[in-house]
Design a protein. Sequence first.
Length: 350
Amino acid sequence: MQYRFTKIYEHNIVFWSIQELAEYLINQSNAVVFIDKQVFQDYSSLILKNTNLPYFVMDINEHQKNLSTAEYIWQILISNKITRHHNVIIIGGGVLNDVVLFACSVFKRGLNCISVPTTLLSMVDASIGGKNAVNLNHIKNTLGTLHIPIQNIIVKDFLSTLSKEQLLSGWAEILKVALVKDAQFYNHCIHYLQKNLLPDSDIIKTSIQLKLDVIQNDIDDSNERQLLNYGHTIAHAIEGYFEDQNIYIPHGYAVILGILIENAIAEKLNLLHTSIKNKIEQDLKKYYSYESYPITADVIPILLSKIQQDKKNTTTALRFTLIEDIGKGKTKVEVSTQLIEEVLKGILSE
Ligand SMILES: NC(=O)c1ccc[n+]([C@@H]2O[C@H](COP(=O)([O-])OP(=O)(O)OC[C@H]3O[C@@H](n4cnc5c(N)ncnc54)[C@H](O)[C@@H]3O)[C@@H](O)[C@H]2O)c1
């Protein structure tokens, strides 16, 4: 006899002011805080002044999203005698969230985490849904688990100190989820961006809700959740390439470039109409430029070898998430290496 067990995952997401976060931290015991160095410099006087919680200031970037940093976190947890009765509070962007969540997910078979995202990208995407990862051999997100934080505390006030580039990087994930799920929301965002770089609460909430809608029926990432990988097969290869060069490209900038290249692939497959591809290109090129991240046709072999490492591939085929229209994503599209090469040559030789 075969039994089917139901897994229930809950996402407990609250929207607070910075004062509410400060009060919450004062009232916590049996918890430890990992906080991003920049956030510590800008906000510790507001949020950590009156707490007795032990805190650790982390100065890490994409380059250190790796096993050495995870081990550094494990050593801190051991030397501070952290047990499964403690909560781990993560205050920072997607990089800190990914590596601390990863480290906590395997430490003593799982510590409870509370995620306080401080970048736009981590508010709308990286801290939501429990995926975490570290890079291995400059291959993005090779090691990871699924470990949903017991609470996400979203404090929009943190966005006021983000650079224009970091805000646009976050917008990339908002536009991505809109492009695969909701045409009306996409048009609203493009219109809104003309006047404002700081998203309003409704945009943040809608973006989170769209992500939750996608993952709630496919938490294990076998089908619909792969919609969220749109743009990312190429983006991860681009990030890996820049990491080899020791150059940091914000994740969202790589995602937008990934979207533009993957749309050109969809056009060649007759999946996406040229006029829609061109409209999206026009919309996005108003905001995202790549002078600081030069990438030329001679790196195509490197990109192709990184694309072949993508987690969605089967043993015999390269698989992409593409769009058929604005708001209509399609998962598991098989694409030949030759077609990817042809599209990359067309775009990167321009
Ligand atoms: N797990 C997931 O589901 C998921 C989803 C999307 C992206 N990601 C990952 O997220 C990472 C990117 O995250 P990110 O864009 O947040 O980058 P990040 O964490 O590197 O933060 C970007 C920069 O902003 C600074 N910063 C953070 N908060 C700030 C604030 N409030 N004010 C001023 N500066 C601040 C940080 O110090 C850092 O220099 C990538 O590694 C990506 O792979 C994960």
